[in-house]
Design a protein. Structure first.
Ligand code: 6R9
Length: 654
């Protein structure tokens, strides 16, 4: 095979940081040289952004790779760092969370409030017999109590395992059993698409098969009637009655902070374990550096769910460790109307927005006039995470949300990495639409070929991390072998992320999708991302997914599914014409090798619960159906696929 991964897309646009942002940026270009000069000293300096009860003796112990220990001997309390120290510094009245319920109800929670709520929850959990090292499962909607529950666990040294509120009873059961959780924290339900959506019945079903669970704490959110078992306790009758005084005890820097399950191609989800000191150091630093967070003036909003790592690191721990003010929204972006997000930006004067490409492409599909109907002038920085962002989606984001001038930071990282790893620095980097650009200061990433050799500029291959980093996963819960096997065995001495990537002619990094999705067409490894980006660069396409389907001549052939933009005419002949045009457009943009054999116009794509496209399902469609002359896949058949799929993380799930 000639190449590990072909480099087909050539993007020449580049945008320098706005002068004012660059002049006042939290982090300047010097950080790169400083970190390169002495990486461990650099991370030690960042750890100094936190309050430690006991200073560490050693920054990194890497004597037993891949099992890292960061800030060895240090002791700290995560909740103290996120709450108490801000209150002690006189910032108790600062708003921590502007909470917006989907029905439009609101709560304003200051740092003093959040501190009191967390102390109460810590006392209540202690009362229930939870002690340091115990596991607590959290299955909640996007209500402030979700953050409180996490912080309360951190405060008493219990390890939380947040399970996304959309998961089934089976998925919840597996996760509770794997971690042998002692307590489950849930709610009667939450609001979703304009109506109450129950959670408690799912917990009842799961807990019936989980003997480790002693108590279930239930937040009242919807007020709907719920069945009650002997293990159940209302949050408002326990937590809200508990004392608001609680002294935070420091824990070892390597004390387990949380487990978060991520899926793999095998059925059994992996419990990714994160610990205390290194994790908090890197989430705190990256929130400061990548979002240029100014806690006195910024209003930050991350639209992720708390059930994903993005919610852990950039709703709870990163922003709160920085003393930031943020928005937290319970519901969906189109309830009660498609401008809900922009209405929220306007209402709370959001200045930093962190969202996902899937959201941006959905907004593109809905039309430019929707964001145009709101005052978005409070925004000063835009971020993206979760999937490769196609250059045109990046441009749309900058243009229609960022008024044509705001910096967009495309941030690459994973549940496993714990924090942002590859991203522009908004006051430094001249960004290119669609590229995550460069590893952050203190991070050593590379793109390598099959043999683990660094590829030259212009080459494609596998994304690896060459040096340990503070917020790295420590293991897979209960399965050290699987940890070594999955991440550290593909290439000697390197962490294998499972993503394809390329270096452009300037050495900037472009993420090309999961390597499992790479298509092998006539001996060329072609990335799904590049073909999708070529499709999205056509003015009639909002979103696209491509897969390799078995083909007698070429090995695999490219089959594409494309969602047309708002007003595109796709009926009958117009659809046929568009398809022909799109095939030629891809061939023109990337070369004839990337020309899709077939393109289907669809209304929706199957996505995981965190918004990542499930290409495996589309591959099934592409291979098993006699596609023949079918040019338009029925919306409902993709919808069926969506509802039968239960994706959670990077690829397939349960
Ligand atoms: C934070 C998060 C991780 C996988 C990762 C990659 C994809 C995330 C990306 C990106 C391209 C980006 N991914 N950010 N791909 N550009 N900026 O999403 O964690 O749910 O564990 O998924 O998501 O494939 O390997 P997680």
């Amino acid at each position: 095979m000639s190449e590990a991964l072909a480099n087909l897309l050539n993007e020449t646009r580049q945008f320098p940081p706005p002068a004012e942002l660059a002049a006042n940026a939290n982090v300047t270009v010097d950080a790169y040289a400083e970190a390169a000069g002495d990486r461990l000293a650099f991370w030690a300096e960042q750890a100094g952004r936190l309050a430690w009860a006991k200073q560490w003796d050693q920054v990194l112990d890497w004597s037993n790779p891949p099992f890292a220990k960061w800030f060895v001997g240090g002791r700290l309390n995560v909740a103290y760092n996120c709450l108490d120290r801000h209150v002690e510094a006189g910032l108790g009245d600062r708003v921590a969370i502007h909470w917006e319920g989907e029905p439009g109800d609101t709560r304003t929670i200051t740092y003093a409030d959040l501190h009191r709520m967390t102390c109460q929850a810590a006392n209540a959990l202690t009362e229930l017999g939870v002690t340091a090292g115990d596991r607590v499962a959290i299955y909640l909607p996007m209500v402030p109590e979700a953050a409180v529950a996490m912080l309360a666990c951190a405060r008493i040294g219990a390890t939380h395992s947040v399970v996304f509120g959309g998961f089934s009873a089976d998925a919840l059961t597996n996760r509770i059993q794997d971690a042998t959780a002692k307590v489950v924290i849930t709610a009667d339900g939450g609001y979703r698409r304009g109506k109450p959506s129950a959670l408690k019945p799912t917990v009842d079903e799961a807990v019936a098969n989980c003997p480790s669970v002693e108590h279930v704490l239930v937040v009242r959110r919807t007020g709907e009637e719920v069945a009650w078992t002997a293990k159940d306790l209302w949050w408002h009758q326990t937590v809200e009655q508990a004392s608001t005084e609680h002294a935070a005890e420091p824990f070892d820097a390597e004390h387990p902070l949380f487990i978060l399950y991520t899926s793999g191609t095998t059925a059994r989800p992996k419990g990714i374990l994160h610990t205390t000191g290194g994790y908090l150091t890197q989430v705190s630093y990256t929130a400061h550096a990548v979002f240029d967070l100014k806690p006195e003036t910024d209003v930050y909003w991350c639209t992720a769910d708390i059930g994903w790592v993005t919610g852990h690191s950039y709703i709870v721990y990163g922003p709160l460790a920085n003393g930031a003010t943020q928005v937290m929204y319970e519901g969906t972006p189109d309830t009660p109307h498609k401008g809900r997000f922009w209405e929220i930006v306007d209402k709370y004067q959001v200045s930093i927005l962190y969202t996902a490409p899937t959201l941006i492409r959905t907004m593109m599909k809905w039309g430019d006039d929707i964001p145009a109907g709101f005052d978005l002038s409070s925004l000063r920085l835009l971020g993206s995470v979760g999937e490769p962002i196609n250059p045109e989606a990046w441009m749309w984001y900058r243009q229609h949300v960022g008024g044509g001038e705001l910096p967009v930071v495309d941030t690459w990282w994973q549940t496993e990495t714990g924090a942002i790893m590859i991203s522009p620095l908004p006051g430094v980097t001249e960004t290119k639409p669609g590229s995550a650009m460069t590893p952050l200061p203190g991070i050593v990433a590379d793109v390598v070929d099959d043999q683990g050799q660094s590829v030259p500029n212009g080459g494609g291959g596998y994304l690896v991390l060459r040096e340990p980093w503070p917020s790295m996963l420590r293991t897979i819960w209960g399965d050290d072998n699987r940890f070594v096997e999955t991440y550290w065995s593909r290439f000697e001495g390197m962490y294998f992320a499972g993503d394809g990537a390329k270096k452009d002619d300037d050495g900037h990094i472009w993420l090309l999708g999961r390597v499992d999705d790479v298509m092998l067409v006539s001996g060329h490894n072609i990335s799904t991302t590049e073909v999708e980006s070529a499709l999205v660069s056509h003015p009639s396409v909002a979103e696209a997914a491509v897969v390799g389907a078995t083909d007698p001549t070429t090995g695999q052939a490219i089959v594409a599914f494309a969602i047309p933009r708002g007003t595109t005419d796709t009926a009958g002949e117009a659809g046929e014409k568009l398809i022909a045009e799109l095939r030629n457009h891809v061939a023109k943009t990337l070369g004839p090798i990337a020309k899709p054999r077939q393109i289907l116009l669809v209304a929706e794509l199957p996505k995981t619960r965190s918004g990542k496209i499930m290409r495996r399902l589309l591959r099934d469609v592409a291979e098993n159906r006699s596609l023949g002359d079918v040019t338009t896949l029925q919306d409902s058949s993709v919808m069926e696929l969506i509802s039968s799929g239960m994706g959670g993380g990077k690829s397939d799930e349960d």
